[in-house]
Write a protein that binds this ligand. Sequence first.
Ligand code: SAM
Ligand code: SF4
Length: 331
Amino acid sequence: MIREQLYDGHKRKIGDVRISVTDRCNFRCQYCMPAEGLPWLDREDLLSYEEIARLVGLLASMGVHDVRLTGGEPLARRELWRLVELLSADENVHDLSLTTNGYLLERQVEQLVKAGLRRVNVSLDSLAADRFFQLTRRNSLQQVLDGLAAAERHPELRPIKVNAVALKDFTEDEVVRFAEFARKHPYEVRFIEFMPLDADRTWSRDRVLPNAEVRRLIHAAYPLKDLGRDRHGTSRRWEFADGQGSIGFISPVSEPFCGDCNRIRITAEGNLRTCLFSMTETDLRGPMRAGASDDELERIIRAAVWEKELKHDVNDEGFVQPLRTMSQIGG
Ligand code: SAM
Ligand code: SF4
């Protein structure tokens, strides 16, 4: 069944949903989780795979064709391939992807590809083992590189994107190395600006390394040519002038792209969020478990999405950081 396209109150067509499948994670990235972890959700509070598939099916019938699985660490949830299989069977889901820290990728990639996964983003913030440990508090660089190599062996899985959060006075030393990594491998490396969604609340404007600076450093070593914004408007891509690969920049702090935001999120416990920085959420699990019909759920979703924020206010005086961290939202 096809339903009317989902729009927000600012005439933005909503086409992309990020689903968090768990709030748990096996890493403790400095810019996301505290060293001791967070109080995890109980198992019964998580949406089941069948509940997620129902919501995705409903959203996809409203034109939300792009679906990304995230978390917490999505591969830490048991048998994620089962969810991938359910979602890839939905003809209204046109683009199904996964964001992972890569630690469990090597052992799961084959099953995920078999289940229908076609795209993967791997987070990797340093290519040096000691610096990787400093950031993630885990000694796991090699497992992540092995996960990437395993993904590369599956030609069905393209593009493979590598996302690096850029931190001032830290990432500068490695940006040229990342550029070389992007030139050597079939990975599109993308730098993401640090956002105020960390559990330790250490974010400040001076810890953001603006992407313009990252680009300047790379351009000095390997000249770049602008390819413009991607089709979602979130990242701006640059190609190496000699044609050997490309690099992307996601700049939510220095160049917000809210005007083009077509995205909503569903947290692991089934709350709809209309912005990373939302202060309110809409419960979908409660009505679902109370027996709401698809038409009733559709009405709840449309009403919540209509109120989607025009823009985030990270750059405004008086900005208040949401209570939830990136890992609890689903980045
Ligand atoms: N655990 C998986 C991973 O790390 O890829 C998926 C969830 S993680 C929350 C999704 C993305 O959010 C990762 O690329 C991570 O680097 C990014 N992220 C987390 N905290 C962030 C922050 N404070 N600012 C910018 N990006 C952040
Ligand atoms: Fe875990 Fe991803 Fe957060 Fe790192 S960024 S702590 S891998 S959820």
